[in-house]
Design a protein around this ligand. Structure first.
Ligand code: NAP
Length: 485
């Protein structure tokens, strides 16, 4: 099935509703992280190709903005149905290019599709308002309009869901788009573009450019004056660069950036729930998640017991190619990603951390890294302010609530946080004090298409998903009408 899937998936740029080679004829290689081998070649866009994609989005904008909301809604709903009906193919494609185990890839297909179903429902609920001005002289009519052509940039870690989380609200709002996926995982996005075309999305509404020259393709688009919104998911470092580029032409921005999630286990937690929640918060997507628990703070009185139970669970996981049955942990995205994880573990050990399981690079092909538990992690370690992005649980201890909250907040990031306690007063008190856009209380999973996803501090600007997820793609427009009074 894998060979046929790779043979049939689109490998060209998607511009104005058609599949096209790059103008230069250049291609880039998409590799399987489980083997290091090339899966296929994909068209590699130049800045000129990016410009053509933006022109197509600009040309399609007026007609698309005028399309009835019900039509936009039904396109999303049809795309949702198609995605669900092709769960197995899409999951396998994602596993091949990204590495996550098939069970997790199936979960991402469902999660990704749900953004289309959610925003299909929101497309027909875009409202405005009307009121009489306080002095009685004017009627104030407020409508909401699409912001216009958008540039969407996505990372490699959730290849399908990061696309649908942006495309869903853009389609619902009536915006056209240029989407630039990460070059490591473009196949899921190209398959998604084909599905949207099949679902009836008009030509030019979505354009996809895959490129090995992200900076060269994106900067002219942001400075060109036609793109009216950037929606970016990726690292804080790149987010800062793009925010600066958006300043010149005052492009509105939504930024979903990096995290450094604290996970706090109090001495009144249910330890079974805490260990289970930590496994999810740490190991979902092999730890390659912006919401992954990066720093695990455990009350001193239960730290040894917690570490022993977590170590038993981590050591029992099966590592291997995500396409094989029974695999819990697939490869990391590339050798650079794995090298970074290894460096962070070595740095922690240099600062006195103890390795309870894992911690050694395996031999053989593929970017595998073993599930690893570290205790006695010092606050001097690089892990304290670096996203691990790998299957490594770093455990620290604390003695009281104030100390835990201060340590958790001691970071420039504020995306997700996790809290385990059975004391409701404490749960509410601590969640109010945690500087974080999303908090999991006695759970390791916060992502939900119906919830506002996003962070504070340097983790980003704006929210995706939930009722507010469409707001960034809409402008208010106000009409003053004299009453004659
Ligand atoms: P990244 O290096 O920032 O890349 C993200 C995307 O931006 C890729 O498509 C990348 O393409 C592109 N890019 C890089 N430099 C660019 C530039 N100068 N101009 C325009 N585009 C540019 O992040 P990543 O390594 O792919 O993803 C991991 C990061 O994403 C982590 O920090 C993670 O926390 C964050 N993330 C956040 C969320 C969230 O919702 N908050 C969700 C998922 C991931 P190239 O690869 O070609 O450079």
């Amino acid at each position: 099935m894998s060979d046929a899937l790779i043979r049939d998936v689109p490998k060209q740029l998607f511009i104005a509703g058609g599949w096209q080679d790059a103008e230069s004829g250049r291609t880039l290689s998409v590799d399987n992280p489980a083997t290091g081998e090339e899966l296929c070649l994909v068209a590699d866009a130049s800045p000129a190709d990016g410009g053509r994609a933006a022109e197509a989005a600009v040309a399609a904008q007026p007609a698309w903005a005028a399309t009835p909301p019900r039509e936009r809604s039904e396109i999303l709903r049809r795309a949702y149905e198609i995605i669900i009906s092709r769960t197995e193919e899409l999951a396998l494609l994602m596993t091949l290019e990204m590495g996550k185990p098939l069970a997790e890839a199936r979960g991402e297909v469902a999660y990704a599709a749900e953004f289309f179903r959610w925003f299909a429902e929101e497309a027909v609920r875009i409202d405005g308002g009307m009121m009489t001005a306080p002095d009685g002289k004017n009627r104030i009519l407020v409508t909401r309009r699409p912001v216009g052509p958008c540039l969407l940039i996505t990372p490699w870690n959730f290849p399908l869901a990061m696309g649908t989380r942006k495309i869903g609200p853009a389609v619902a709002a009536g915006c056209t788009m240029v989407l630039k996926p990460a070059p490591q995982t473009p196949l899921s996005t190209l398959a998604l573009a084909a599905i949207l075309k099949e679902a009836g999305l008009p030509d030019g509404v979505l354009n996809v450019v895959v490129t090995s020259d992200a900076a060269g393709v994106v900067e002219p688009l942001l400075r060109g004056g036609h793109i009216r919104k950037l929606s970016f998911t990726g690292s804080t470092q790149v987010g800062r660069i793009l925010l600066a580029q958006c300043a010149d032409t005052v492009v509105r921005t939504s930024l979903e950036l990096g995290g450094n999630a604290p996970l706090i286990v109090f001495d009144d937690a249910d330890l079974d729930v805490a260990v289970e929640g930590t496994m999810v918060a740490k190991m979902r997507n092999m730890g390659e998640s912006c919401c992954a628990a990066n720093r695990i703070f455990v009350h001193t009185s239960i730290a040894d017991e917690f570490a022993a139970r977590l170590t038993a669970r981590m050591a029992a996981l099966t590592v291997g190619p995500g396409t094989e049955p029974g695999i819990d942990v697939g490869p990391l995205i590339d050798t650079a990603g794995r090298g970074k994880v290894d460096d962070l573990v070595r740095d922690a050990v240099k600062h006195g951390a103890k390795v309870l399981t894992g911690g050694e690079l395996p031999d053989g092909p593929g970017n595998f890294y073993p599930p690893t538990v570290l205790t006695g992690v010092s606050t001097e370690c690089a892990i304290m302010d670096t996203e691990i992005f790998g299957p490594v649980a770093a455990i620290l201890t604390f003695d009281d609530e104030d100390e835990a909250v201060a340590a958790a907040n001691d970071t420039d990031f504020g995306l997700a946080a996790y809290l385990f306690t059975q004391n409701l007063d404490r749960a509410l008190r601590v969640s109010e004090r945690l500087e974080s856009g999303m908090i999991g209380l006695n759970t390791g999973l916060v992502s939900n298409p119906a919830a506002p996803f996003g962070g504070i501090k340097q983790s980003g600007l704006g929210r995706e998903g939930g009722r507010v997820g469409i707001d960034g793609f809409l402008e208010y427009k106000y009409l003053a009408v004299p009453t004659g009074a």
